[in-house]
Design a protein around this ligand. Structure first.
Ligand code: SF4
Length: 258
């Protein structure tokens, strides 16, 4: 590994790496990711404002100026407070917004930021605000590396057993807020550890090959049937033009569900 420095990884890295290593290479190693579309940028800005609002509220800082200029923010906050009893302040339970934790894992360093962590004597709950309208399927969210990594890191860096930890997503931009809650078990914890070990051992090898001999990260074998570029991938793609065309079209791959 370069200079034996720890390489920081988030859930976004893990998600892309597990779905499509070539796209991971394009975005994080070659740094040729595409800019989000204008509508996507607007949603991201609204999401940032909502997260700032929730952080200021937890810190008991003034939030009126944020709410005064955005009626959707105002109505979303009111609806969430009504739907989520855990948001009621309780001086007896420790809690922190934007709570950051790190965990070393071999040559890697995981960083997670919990939108809100509520840590009681015998249980802890991680809360995460999602500011898109349509909640994903429960199974997809359970398999998403955000859920798995957030639960894993808290179990590894605290005294809580996996069974004492929960994670709840609140979908706050969908009229009436909806939530999805994930419990955690020792068995899931071990499974996550095994999968992380395999995924990161692969990444370590691929990074070495990429740096030492400019070898591209490999394709997954199980997604080629679904990949819109499988025909192209099956052909001889050694020409520069074809290769560039393929790289350009990779931006669509994140939408492929495996
Ligand atoms: S087949 Fe398509 S989706 Fe699968 S790893 Fe290759 S480029 Fe990515």
């Amino acid at each position: 590994m370069p200079n034996q420095e720890l390489i920081r990884l988030s859930q976004s890295h893990l998600n892309l790496l597990s779905i499509c290593p070539p796209r991971f290479q394009q975005v994080y190693l070659d740094c040729v990711g595409s800019l989000p579309a204008p509508e996507q940028q607007e949603n991201m800005q609204w999401g940032s404002r909502f997260h700032l609002l929730m952080q200021q509220r937890e810190l008991t800082l003034p939030i009126e100026s944020l709410l005064a200029t955005d009626s959707e923010l105002d109505s979303s906050l009111k609806a969430l407070i009504q739907a989520a009893p855990e948001l009621e302040p309780n001086p007896d339970i420790w809690r922190e917004a934007e709570h950051c934790r790190t965990l070393g894992f071999g040559n890697f360093l995981f960083t997670v930021i919990y939108d809100l962590l509520i840590a009681g004597t015998n249980s802890a709950i991680i809360l995460d605000w999602k500011t898109y309208r349509q909640p994903p399927r429960f199974k997809d969210l359970a398999n998403n590396w955000q859920t798995r990594l957030y639960l894993y890191v808290l179990a590894e860096t605290s005294e809580y057993t996996p069974e004492q930890i929960q994670m709840t997503y609140w979908f706050v931009k969908s009229g009436t807020p909806r939530s999805q809650t994930f419990n955690y078990t020792q068995q899931q914890h071990q499974q996550t550890e095994q999968e992380l070990t395999i995924l990161l051992a692969d990444l370590e090898t691929w990074l070495q090959d990429y740096q030492q001999s400019q070898t591209d990260l490999p394709h997954r074998s199980h997604c080629q049937q679904k990949c819109p570029y499988r025909q192209f991938l099956a052909e001889d793609n050694t020409s520069d033009i074809q290769h560039r065309k393929w790289l350009d079209s990779l931006s669509e791959i994140e939408e492929i569900s495996i």
